[in-house]
Design a protein around this ligand. Sequence first.
Ligand code: NAD
Ligand code: MG
Length: 370
Amino acid sequence: MAVVNVALAGRSYEVRVGAGLLDDAIVQAREFIAPWSGRKVPVVADANARRLHGDRLTQSLATNGHAIDWYEVSPGEGSKSWAELERLTDWLLARGVTRSDHVFALGGGVVGDLVGFACAILKRGCGFVQLPTTLLAQVDSSVGGKTAINASAGKNLIGAFHQPSLVLADTACLATLPQREMRAGLAEVFKYGLLGDAEFFARVDQDSAAILACDNAVLEPVIAHCVGMKARIVAEDERETKDARALLNLGHTFGHALEAETGFGDRLLHGEAVALGMVLAARFSARRDLISLADAESVTEALARAGLPTEISALGLDCDGTVLADHMRHDKKAGGGTVPFILLRALGEAYVARDVELADVAAFMDEQLQ
Ligand code: NAD
Ligand code: MG
């Protein structure tokens, strides 16, 4: 097991990464389970995660006589909604959850974001423990305290910063994850390398097959490395008021435009959009002579070797560059009239560029769409 500490004044917590942590949950999360003695432990679970991994949690808790009260969430982005939030908060209130209690979230980023936000507002804030079951959730969404639901005006627009008290990332959960979801998570793994650690990027490129095959000897240190990088960034800039946390958006402004254009659905998963977005960020950086074209193409090749999409011309989009640039203008990170772009000064060195003209981006996207 690898342990990463997220150091935040008064609210520090551990992220533990390892195979079989759910089987050991009663020990790993003892202090948050014990107060539920005599009452069932509330676990909010993605339906797939519960079906595939819920029994391991049930059995672990049963060793100390604890039973689980399951609340099941339908898989998919649609569950990050006001309607689901209302049902969930009503359910938690009916169970008498207090501010000192901890609720458990078993699933991917959808369940983590929903439960985190519900716990942020329940009686002005109760505790929660993340049990992430997707690669994306283990390296990214379960750590750092961003929680949200979606609004009709866009994704993640209603939310709060609310840190979990513990994260148990059981890498054994990833063995049942569809390869496409695994690859989408791998895109975020590459992102950590590209934004701040060229050596790690090369290592992930080398090991991508072993990661996708869920080889725990490779997977556990890779996940822990990503969490370590995110923990350092979050400790420095918890609420994204400086540039540090914004670097985590590498590939996301370009990617967001593609997600918006394809309807935030199965046509293009978030991680796939991030892979395409990183290729675009690298090529756009080359266009501005920040890095060489050869460097930009080495990013493309590494992502392609891992089976991720790299060419937006293959998406069959029925729009031009101006439409995509317009989506970027409406990205929630945009403020004060300019859209900040995360660009590369080198492979492994990202920075926030505030001097990017959207007209230039539109022209660049037109070329890329050919
Ligand atoms: P997800 O939660 O939708 O899960 C993806 C799919 O995998 C679902 O169909 C789910 O049922 C299934 N699944 C989950 N665990 C499984 C398992 N072990 N085996 C088999 N199937 C399993 O998607 P995700 O990629 O985990 O998360 C995406 C969400 O995370 C988005 O809503 C995004 O906005 C959010 N996000 C949040 C942050 C943050 O900092 N809070 C960061 C990145 C992404
Ligand atoms: Mg992301």
